[in-house]
Design a protein around this ligand. Structure first.
Ligand SMILES: Nc1ncnc2c1ncn2[C@@H]1O[C@H](COP(=O)(O)OP(=O)(O)OP(=O)(O)O)[C@@H](O)[C@H]1O
Ligand SMILES: [Mg+2]
Length: 323
């Protein structure tokens, strides 16, 4: 509710007094017309978010069973589209989940190794990477490295992983290698995040087979929905043939720019298509978020008061609640 509280400050009375449909057309018109420009600026400062407020109310209420904290939730951060914020989300959500008290393992399943470098892991520190677990059955506990964030560990990746996709094609149980690797350690963590590569190849299939939940980041830009149907179909196929427990936990809108109508339109569009899947937290476009990986730090350590940091913190709370 942070966005609401923030929005209610000067002159933005009653945003949450609106009905299930939330912010009405009239308010939207006023905002767009500039009558409440300061409100929009406030919300922008707070990290975007008002567009989805009304959608949030339509999400299902968690049942008692849902509320029971599950241990060892395995969450794949997936979208075959490149550069949509998968690694940024895996690193920063993982860090905030750990800071909220959970034990978190982040598995870097992308040969680009962005999640590894984003958490400050240097190439020379890596003696074994995730490739060893997939191809040679080395245990994940012997690969995981500590990070600067307490309770956050990373299983790093290197370019060696690029070969795995080809080598595993003819291997036995090729789709379940990651699942098998995670099984013995899943109980040691509250959350296992898997940062997927930008493809729907065997690595992503391994992630979807190992996970119970998928988190799909979508960039607020014109071609945002391109490929989404294919991704949804792939998830359905994995669910049907390999992993009946797989669910989409949520769709995360990233790189939201409150100054553009386009960002809002994309959020509205996704909300219309997937009203019960879209997260209330929306990640704003933020220079601080894009700078943090070059310092090898999650945003929580690099600039914990930036709007990107606050948005990922909100997301962490939401993911915990939705578990
Ligand atoms: N909210 C944001 N605001 C500004 N820049 C961002 C934001 N999120 C991510 N970026 C930047 O956008 C680029 C792509 O982000 P990221 O690497 O997280 O995407 P990805 O989906 O993991 O990419 P790939 O498909 O290549 O793995 C990076 O340079 C990152 O720093
Ligand atoms: Mg990435």
């Amino acid at each position: 509710m942070r966005f609401l509280r923030k929005a209610k400050e000067p002159g933005a009375e009653n945003l949450d007094a609106e009905g299930a449909e939330g912010i009405g057309e009239e308010r939207r018109r006023k905002i767009e017309g500039g009558a409440l420009a300061h409100l929009e600026a406030d919300i922008h400062e707070a990290g975007g978010g008002w567009v989805s407020e009304r959608i949030w109310r339509r999400r299902r209420e968690p049942s008692e069973g849902d509320r029971e904290r599950r241990r060892g939730r395995v969450i794949a951060v997936t979208n075959q589209k490149g550069g949509v914020g998968k690694s940024t989300t895996a690193v920063n959500l993982g860090a905030y989940m750990a800071m909220e008290g959970g034990r978190v393992l982040l598995i870097d399943l992308d040969p680009q190794g962005n999640a590894s470098s984003g958490l400050g892991v240097e190439r020379r520190q890596i003696t074994r990477c995730i490739y060893k677990a997939l191809a040679e059955e080395v245990e994940l506990k012997d690969i995981a490295l500590r990070t600067a964030v307490e309770r956050l560990w990373i299983v790093p990746s290197t370019i060696n992983l690029a070969g795995a996709e080809i080598e595993l094609v003819s291997a036995m149980s090729r789709e379940t290698r990651l699942k098998t690797a995670i099984a013995p350690i899943a109980g040691d963590y509250d959350y296992v995040f898997i940062d997927c590569p930008p493809s729907l190849g065997l690595l992503t299939i391994n992630a979807l087979t190992a996970a119970e939940e998928v988190l799909i980041p979508i960039q607020c830009e014109f071609y945002a929905l391109e490929g989404l149907v294919l991704l949804m179909r792939t998830i359905q196929q994995v669910k049907a043939h390999l992993n009946p427990d797989l669910e989409i936990n949520g769709i995360l809108m990233t790189m939201y720019d409150a100054r553009t109508n386009l960002s809002r339109q994309v959020v509205d569009e996704v909300a219309k298509l997937y009203p019960d899947k879209i997260y209330k937290a929306i990640i704003p476009r933020s220079i601080r978020l894009s700078e943090a990986p070059s310092y090898g730090q999650p945003i929580a350590l690099y600039d914990g008061m930036s709007k990107g940091a606050l948005a990922y913190q909100e997301l962490a709370k939401e993911v915990i609640e939705n578990g």
